[in-house]
Design a protein around this ligand. Structure first.
Ligand code: ADP
Ligand code: MG
Length: 697
C-alpha cells in the first residue's frame, strides 16, 4: 500500500463513512451531538449502531467491544459477538442502539479506591460519540466512558470530557464579552510527542526485570552511553526504519495523524509525534498509538519499552503535551498575533493560564507523578519537579511591561539570513526554545513537558482544562458587568500578572540556583510521588474539581487512594523481582565464578610455586567481599519489604515507607550488583549487558 490518502482512516467509522451510510437526518442529529454536545436519542443510536455493524461485518468483523480507560493505567475491552439467533435455528448479525450506548462490564475487578463495595459489582460503559469507532483484529472498537452502577466515575475519559465542556462554556461566555457572538464552542487541542525505546526481543526475554517491571533493576553502564550525542536525530537503522514504516501505516489506517519520527537522545530511543487533534481524540489516539507500538514491535522481533526509565545512566522517556484552546470559528486563543501588546483577548487567556499554573502547580506535579516518572523529574534530564512557566523573551518582556504599566512594542519576527545564495532566507520565531522548562509557551500553544512516557494524557489534560476553566470563570465574574470593559480587562490582566509572576521563569530549570530561587518564590518542589500525592486532597484542589463539576469529593479521594496503592504495588513488585534475581541468579553466578577462580589459583599454585595466582586471588578477594555485602543487602531488602505490612490500611504512610526505605535499599543493592557485574566474566553473568541491549538492534 503506497498511496496514503487511499487508506488513511480505512479502519475508522469516520465522518465520511457516517455521511455515506446514515440517513441524512440521522447524520445531522449525530453531528449535532459530536460538534455541539447535544444529547442523543435512541432512534439515532439505533440507526448508527446498524450502520456501524454493517460496515464492520463487511470489513470481516464478528465482534464489537466497548473500549475504555479505567484507573489501571491501561485500556480495557470485553468482546461480544454480533450473533443473534433467528427463528430457524440460524444466526444473524445484529447490533442495537442500546448495545452501542451502554455496556455492562463487571466493575469489581477494576480499581475503585474503595468507592464501591464489592457487592455493587456492576459498572457501565457509555458510548462516546465524539471519538470515532474503529476496527482492530476483526473487532469493532467503540470508545466509551466507564462509571459504577451508582454513577461514580471510574475512568480517565469522563473527567476529560466534562472538563472540555466546562472550559468551553466559560470561554464562550468570556468571548461573547469581547463581542465574538459567533463563537458557540471552544475546544482544547493536544498534540502529544511520544518517546519510547526499542530493543531486541531476545534481550528482553532474558531480563526478568524488564518483563515484570518494564525497567532494568540491575545493569552496569556500557562503555558508551549517549555522551557522543550521536543518536539524537541520527540516521535511522534499517530494522528500526522498517518498524517505523509499519507503525505509521497501522496508525494511518486507524486515522491517527502520525507525522514526525526520529531517533532520540539515548541509544535505542525514538520519538513519534502526531498532528494535534481535540484533547479527547488525542487521548484515545495516544493510547492506541502506545498499543500499536507494542504490537508492531513484536512483529519485528522487537520490544517497545514505554517505561519512563528503562535504563540507568541514559535518558528516560517522556511525553510532551502540546496544548491549546481553539474556537469553532477557527481562532487559536493562545495565538498572540502580530501585536500581542494590543491583543487584550490573548492577554486575558494568557493570564488565565498563568494564574492557573501558579495556583494549581501542585496538581500539575501530581498529575505527572508515577513510580516510573520519579526517576526522571528532578534528575537533570527531564523537566524538574518544580513547576514553572517559560514565556520567552518577547512575551516575557510584554508581561513585565504590563506589570510596570509601561508602553511595549513587540520586536516582531526578524529575518534569518543564511548568507548562502542558494539557501532561502526565512523569518525567525520570536522566541527561542527553552528545553529545560516544564511548561513552555511555544508560539501558539503551551508544551507541558513533565509527563512520563506511559502516562494516559487524559489526566493532565482534564486538570489543565479544569484549572483554566476555573480562572476564566472568575474573570468572567469580574468583567461581566464592567462599565468600561477595556479598562477592566487591562486592570485585571495587570493584577493577575503582578500577583502570579512568581510562576514565570525563563532561565535554566536544571540549575542548582533555580531550586533555591524557586524555594524563595514559594513554589512547590515535590521530589517523589508520595510527597506530591499528599496534596491531591488539599481543600483547594477538592474545591476546584467539585465546583467545576468534574469529579466529586469521594471520587477525588478514591483517585488519591488508587494512585498511592498503585505506587506501592509497583515498588513491591520491583523489590521482589530484585530479590529474586539476586538470590536465584546473580549471587549463584558470582559464587560460581569465584569458585572457578579459586580452583584456578589453587591449580596454578600446585603446578609451580613460581606461578603467581595474583590475578585470580585479587579478584576472588574483591568479589567475595562484594558478594558478602550483596547477600546481606538482599536480606535487608527482604526484611524491609516484609516490614511494609505494618502500614497496611494507610496508603500514604505505606507509599512513603516504600519510597524512603525500600526504594533506597534497592538503590544500594543495585550498586553492589553492578559493581560485581563489572568484575564478573560475561560467561558467568546471567543477564544480557547494557551494551548488548542498548546497541543490539
Ligand atoms: P516543534 O515542537 O518541533 O516546533 P510543532 O510546534 O509543529 O513542532 O508541534 C509539536 C506538536 O505540537 C505537534 O504534535 C503539533 O501537532 C502540536 N501542535 C501544534 N499546534 C497545536 C495546537 N494549536 N494545539 C495543540 N497542539 C498543537
Ligand atoms: Mg516538543
Amino acid at each position: 500500500m503506497t498511496n496514503v490518502p487511499d487508506y488513511f482512516g480505512c479502519m475508522v467509522f469516520n465522518d465520511q463513512k457516517m455521511k455515506a451510510r446514515l440517513p441524512h437526518v440521522t447524520y445531522k442529529a449525530l453531528k449535532k451531538t459530536i460538534q455541539n454536545g447535544e444529547p442523543l436519542d435512541l432512534s439515532v443510536a439505533n440507526a448508527v449502531a446498524n450502520a456501524m455493524k454493517d460496515w464492520a461485518v463487511e470489513m470481516g468483523c464478528t465482534h464489537y467491544t466497548h473500549w475504555f480507560q479505567p484507573m489501571t493505567g491501561v485500556t480495557a475491552e470485553k468482546h461480544d459477538s454480533f450473533i443473534t439467533p433467528d427463528s430457524d435455528g440460524q444466526v444473524i448479525m445484529e447490533f442495537s442502539g442500546k448495545e452501542l450506548i451502554k455496556g455492562e462490564p463487571d466493575a469489581s475487578s477494576f480499581p475503585s479506591g474503595g468507592i464501591r463495595a464489592t457487592f455493587e459489582a456492576r459498572g457501565y460503559t457509555t458510548w462516546d460519540p465524539t471519538s470515532p469507532a474503529f476496527i482492530r483484529d476483526k473487532t469493532l472498537y467503540i470508545p466509551t466512558a466507564f462509571c459504577s452502577y451508582t454513577g461514580e466515575v471510574l475512568d480517565k475519559k469522563t473527567p476529560l470530557l466534562r472538563s472540555m465542556e466546562r472550559l468551553s462554556s466559560v470561554a464562550v461566555k468570556v468571548l461573547h464579552l469581547f463581542g465574538k457572538e459567533d463563537v458557540t464552542r471552544v475546544t482544547t487541542t493536544v498534540g502529544p510527542e511520544q518517546e519510547y525505546f526499542l530493543i531486541d526481543k531476545k534481550m528482553y526475554d532474558a531480563r526478568p526485570d524488564l518483563i515484570f517491571t518494564g525497567r532494568t533493576l540491575f545493569g552496569a553502564p556500557a562503555p558508551k552511553g549517549q555522551e557522543l550525542e550521536d543518536h539524537y536525530f541520527g540516521s535511522i537503522k534499517t530494522r528500526v526504519a522498517a518498524f517505523m514504516n509499519d507503525l505509521d501505516e497501522e496508525l494511518w489506517k486507524l486515522g491517527v495523524l502520525a507525522k514526525t519520527k526520529h531517533n532520540e537522545v539515548a541509544p535505542s530511543q525514538h520519538e513519534l509525534a502526531p498532528i494535534f487533534s481535540t484533547s479527547n481524540i488525542a487521548t484515545d489516539h495516544n493510547e492506541l498509538t502506545m498499543e500499536v507500538m507494542k504490537k508492531t514491535a513484536e512483529k519485528h522481533g522487537l520490544v517497545c519499552l514505554l517505561h519512563e526509565k528503562p535504563f540507568a545512566g541514559v535518558n528516560g522517556s517522556g511525553k510532551h503535551n502540546n496544548w491549546s484552546i481553539g474556537t469553532n470559528t477557527g481562532e487559536n486563543l493562545l495565538d498572540p498575533g502580530k501585536n500581542p501588546e494590543d491583543n487584550l483577548q490573548f492577554q486575558l487567556f494568557l493570564a488565565a493560564v498563568v494564574k492557573a499554573v501558579h495556583e494549581y502547580q501542585d496538581l500539575l506535579r501530581i498529575t505527572v507523578a508515577s513510580a516510573g516518572n520519579d526517576h526522571r523529574l528532578g534528575a537533570n534530564e527531564a523537566p524538574p519537579a518544580i513547576i514553572s512557566m517559560y514565556l520567552g523573551d518577547d512575551l516575557g518582556a510584554l508581561v513585565d511591561a504590563i506589570i510596570d504599566g509601561r508602553e511595549y512594542k513587540s520586536v516582531g519576527k526578524s529575518d534569518m539570513l543564511t548568507g548562502v545564495d542558494v539557501l532561502p532566507d526565512f523569518k525567525k520565531d520570536t522566541s527561542d526554545r527553552n528545553r529545560t522548562s516544564p511548561f513552555a509557551f511555544t508560539g501558539n500553544k503551551f508544551e507541558f513537558r513533565a509527563l512520563g512516557s506511559s502516562l494516559n494524557i487524559g489526566c493532565p489534560n482534564y486538570m489543565l482544562n479544569t484549572m483554566v476553566a476555573e480562572e476564566l470563570g472568575q474573570f468572567y465574574d469580574v468583567l461581566k458587568d464592567a462599565e468600561d470593559f477595556e479598562k477592566a480587562v487591562k486592570d485585571l490582566v495587570r493584577k493577575v500578572f503582578t500577583d502570579h509572576k512568581a510562576i514565570i521563569f525563563n532561565g535554566d530549570n536544571y540549575s542548582a540556583e533555580w531550586v533555591e530561587e524557586a524555594a524563595r518564590r514559594g513554589l512547590c518542589n515535590f521530589r517523589s510521588l508520595p510527597e506530591a500525592m499528599a496534596h491531591y486532597i488539599d481543600q483547594k484542589n477538592i474545591d476546584l474539581f467539585v465546583k467545576n463539576g468534574i469529579v466529586s469529593e469521594a471520587e477525588i479521594h478514591a483517585r488519591y487512594e488508587i494512585e498511592l496503592e498503585h505506587y506501592v504495588k509497583q515498588l513491591h513488585i520491583e523489590a521482589l523481582t530484585m530479590i529474586d534475581m539476586a538470590q536465584k541468579n546473580i549471587a549463584p553466578a558470582v559464587s560460581g565464578f569465584v569458585g572457578k577462580l579459586t580452583q584456578t589459583a589453587l591449580a596454578k599454585k600446585s603446578l609451580s610455586s613460581s606461578v603467581s595466582g595474583y590475578a585470580e586471588t585479587s579478584l576472588v578477594e574483591e568479589l567475595s567481599e562484594l558478594l558478602e555485602q550483596f547477600v546481606k543487602k538482599t536480606a535487608e531488602l527482604e526484611s524491609a519489604v516484609n516490614g511494609a505490612k505494618k502500614y497496611d490500611g494507610d496508603n500514604l504512610a505505606q507509599a512513603t515507607y516504600y519510597r524512603e526505605v525500600v526504594f533506597a535499599l534497592m538503590g544500594e543493592l543495585r550498586a553492589l550488583g553492578d559493581a560485581m557485574e563489572r568484575k564478573t566474566s560475561a560467561q558467568y553473568w546471567p543477564y544480557p549487558s547494557y551494551g548488548e541491549i542498548l546497541f543490539g538492534v
